[in-house]
Each structure stands twice: as C-alpha cells, then as structure tokens.
Design a protein around this ligand. Structure first.
Ligand code: ATP
Length: 250
C-alpha cells in the first residue's frame, strides 16, 4: 500500500481570463489539510490544478517530488471526490466502484474481491447491484469513497464532498474519511466551508483569500483563537465566532 506523498504547488499561476490565481504552497505527506476560504477564493481551482483538470500558466505541480505537469488526470497519483455527480447513473454500485480499478471494467477476481472489501468497509455490503438513484445522498458518497479505496492512490482530493448532507450524517462520513486515512495514510486535501468539519478531521490548514494562500498552519493553531486574523474574521463572519465552533462540537 502506498503511503502519502507531499503535494507542492510551486509558484503556480493560473487564470480563467480575469483575476489571476497564484498558489505557492506545500501540503504535508500523509496529513489531512483542510482548505478554507470565501466563496470564489480559488479552493476548487487549486484542487483542479493538482488533479490536472486545469493547467498552470506557469509554475509546477509536484506530487511526491515529481513534476506531474505533463500527466493526464488519470495518470496522476490522485483520486477526487466532489460534492455530487461522482457516479455514473447507469452503472451499478459495484461497477461504479470497479471503475477505480479499471476504466474498461475488465475486472479480475482480485479486483472483485477488492471491490467487495471496499463496499463492506464503507458499510454498503448488500447494495452492490443498486443503481445510484436507488441510494441516499450519503450512500452515494460512500460509493465514491469505496472507489477511492480500490483506486488506492496516495493523494485524495475532497471538494466539499459532504456539504449536502445533514450534520450527523456528515460527522459519520468525516469519521469514515478519518478512519480510512488512519489505515492508508494518504495525503488528503479537504475543501470545506464548515469550520467544524475542518476542525473535526483537519490536521493542517490552508486559508485562501482572493486566489492566493493567505495563511497556513496547524488546525490547532487556527482554531484556538490565536490563528491568523484573516481566518478569524472569516469564521467570525460565517458562523458567529470561533468560540461557538468549539461549543458546537461538544
Ligand atoms: N470554469 C470557469 N470559468 C471561468 N471562471 C471560473 C471557472 N471556474 C471558476 N471560475 C471563477 O474562479 C474563481 C474561483 O473559483 P473556485 O471555484 O476555485 O472558488 P471556490 O473557492 O472553490 O468557491 P466556492 O467556495 O464557491 O466553491 C471564481 O471567481 C469563479 O467564478
């Protein structure tokens, strides 16, 4: 099983035609880093640059020290889970997970065993033959996580994967991610709007503002009240202050 690897954006510049983004940041190997920032600050763009869905205008994306600039998304050592639309509607749960092993679904016995194990790990044993529409929103995200497990890449990109789920289900899913992370030690980049989610599983924090990295540090530092001023202002504005966040968890 592969261990996590550091992810570095080395002076990566990018633009959709308007205000430019400039990312110069390293995500530590085998850690869960929560990425926060106001809407439009560039969180999804940063993940898309790592995944290879967008191409830097200059600078380099390094994964485990290797420049992945020339690699297509499928060749990069990453898997990604989005807020929704992770699954193919016409394929069963089992096949959606199988795509993590083989894009053509040419599955070996060993692949099938890995798929069954992954589905069991995320609590979906017995639902292999269902179609995505026959699942709840939370179950669909479990299928996406099972696919991450069989894909077994050292970097996991999560783009608000549980944002549409209710709070208690969200906590269950976060605990599942934390459990999988404890087993696999992948490097996780976790985009979230929810300070309590970042606090629950985040070890490190990256705070974006206006297309740039405005602050980095440990989650403990960010949330104990001494974190960066810009971050305190952000969570103060979005959720009524950091002390409320501490309380919400208890
Ligand atoms: N495909 C695109 N074409 C043009 N502009 C885009 C595109 N995708 C994003 N943008 C713009 O780039 C900026 C950053 O978008 P991005 O999705 O990275 O922000 P975000 O921090 O993830 O926001 P949110 O929290 O709302 O998801 C926004 O101003 C957005 O409008």
């Amino acid at each position: 099983m592969e261990k996590g690897v550091a992810v570095r954006l080395d002076k990566v510049s990018f633009s959709y035609g308007e205000a430019p983004f400039l990312f110069d940041v390293e995500f530590a190997a085998s850690k869960i880093t929560a990425i926060m920032g106001a809407s439009g600050s560039g969180k999804s763009t940063l993940l898309n640059l790592v995944a290879g869905f967008e191409t830097p205008q200059s600078g380099r994306v390094l994964i485990g020290g290797a420049d992945v600039g020339a690699s297509a998304p499928s060749a990069r050592p990453v898997s990604m889970v989005f807020q929704e639309n992770n699954l193919f509607a016409h394929l069963s749960v089992e096949k959606n997970v199988g795509l993590g092993r083989s894009p053509s679904l040419g599955l070996t016995e060993a692949d099938r065993a890995a798929i069954a194990e992954a589905l069991s790990r995320v609590g979906l044993a017995g639902k292999e033959k269902r179609l995505p529409r026959e699942l709840s929103g939370g179950e669909r995200q479990r299928v996406a996580l099972a696919r991450v497990l069989v894909r077994d890449r050292p970097v996991l990109l999560l783009d608000e994967p549980f944002a549409s789920l209710g709070p208690s289900l969200r906590d269950d899913m976060l605990d599942l991610v934390a459990g999988v992370h404890a087993e696999r030690a992948m490097t996780v980049l976790f985009v979230t709007h929810q300070p309590e989610d970042a606090r629950r599983i985040g070890e490190d924090m990256v705070f974006l503002d206006n297309g740039r990295v405005a602050a980095t540090g440990t989650a403990a530092d960010f949330f104990d009240g001494t974190g960066p001023e810009a971050f305190r202002r952000y969570i103060g504005a979005s959720s009524g202050g950091s002390r409320d966040i501490a309380r919400k968890r208890t």
